[in-house]
Design a protein around this ligand. Structure first.
Ligand code: ADP
Ligand code: ADP
Length: 235
């Protein structure tokens, strides 16, 4: 599904964030990118949907090159992304956030529900229900807990019907209990809906517990690639 070859990224011509990273993610996997702060996880995750441009190497999603600007909008529709800081609009309700996510590509933010089609509203409500926030659909997002705000982020990603969800340290801002709840929700989405997951994490215990594959990254270099079940080591 995702094929990354010899990816390198240097910031400001001096900070090496990624060095010759190659990896393949198969459909249905729940892959964890594990590494310390500054290892290059975020750069790797964000380069996949073009949020960061790389200087060398290639990324192909279902055979289509991400570096080609003409392809990026199509690829972004198939790839949802969630963030450490949730990146939701706090003054909007849960429903509005999920609806606006669908329009993110046209940079339009509509805060009146009247502007949306009934079909889109129903679809957004369905996504909200899938993350367990049905009762909160009309509540302003700033009244939600951190874990609930991340659920809004997940619902927004689901609304675009992604084939792959990228998650950049999605639980690093949450308390341990909420963190596991979010990882359980993502596991359920991965198993039941078959959506592939690629996530960055710095917590070894959580990576082993929830991932079925661990990609270890250190100083921008991929240092190991292990299946959690089966333990077949690459290098
Ligand atoms: P991680 O997600 O594992 O914490 P990052 O990908 O954020 O790692 O960062 C990798 C390296 O690149 C670090 O040394 C970091 O300081 C540097 N870096 C990240 N973003 C930028 C940026 N916008 N400008 C300069 N250096 C950056
Ligand atoms: P964080 O606070 O998690 O480090 P940033 O503040 O760096 O994240 O935000 C990354 C950028 O990605 C933001 O400008 C955000 O608007 C943008 N973004 C959010 N969702 C998407 C998406 N689905 N596709 C592309 N870009 C997105």
């Amino acid at each position: 599904m995702l094929e990354i070859r010899n990816l390198s990224k240097t910031y400001n011509n001096k900070v090496i964030a990624l060095k010759n990273v190659s990896l393949t993610v198969n459909k249905g996997e729940f892959a964890m990118v594990l590494g310390l702060s500054g290892a290059g996880k975020s750069t790797l995750i964000r380069s996949i949907n073009g949020l960061i441009s790389v200087e060398a190497g290639s990324i192909e999603f279902e055979g289509v090159s991400v570096s080609n600007k003409e392809n990026i909008n199509k690829i972004r529709k198939d790839i949802g992304i969630i963030f450490q800081q949730f990146n939701i609009i706090k003054r909007l309700t849960v429903l509005e956030n999920v609806l606006c996510g669908r329009l993110a590509y046209s940079n339009t933010i509509m805060s009146s529900l009247k502007l949306f089609k009934k079909k889109d509203i129903n679809w957004a409500l369905d996504c909200i229900e899938r993350v367990g926030l049905k009762e909160k659909a009309y509540v302003r997002s700033d009244q939600l807990s951190g874990g609930q705000q991340q659920r809004v982020g997940i619902a927004r990603a689901l609304a675009q019907q992604p084939k792959l969800i990228l998650a950049d340290e999605p639980v690093a801002s949450l308390d341990p209990y909420s963190a596991e709840e979010i990882l359980e929700l993502l596991t359920e989405i991965n198993k039941k809906e078959g959506i592939t997951m690629l996530m960055s994490l710095h917590n070894v215990m959580l990576a082993k517990k929830y991932g079925n594959r661990i990609l270890g990254i250190k100083n921008g270099i991929l240092v190991f690639d292990k299946q959690v079940i089966g333990l077949t080591e690459k290098e």
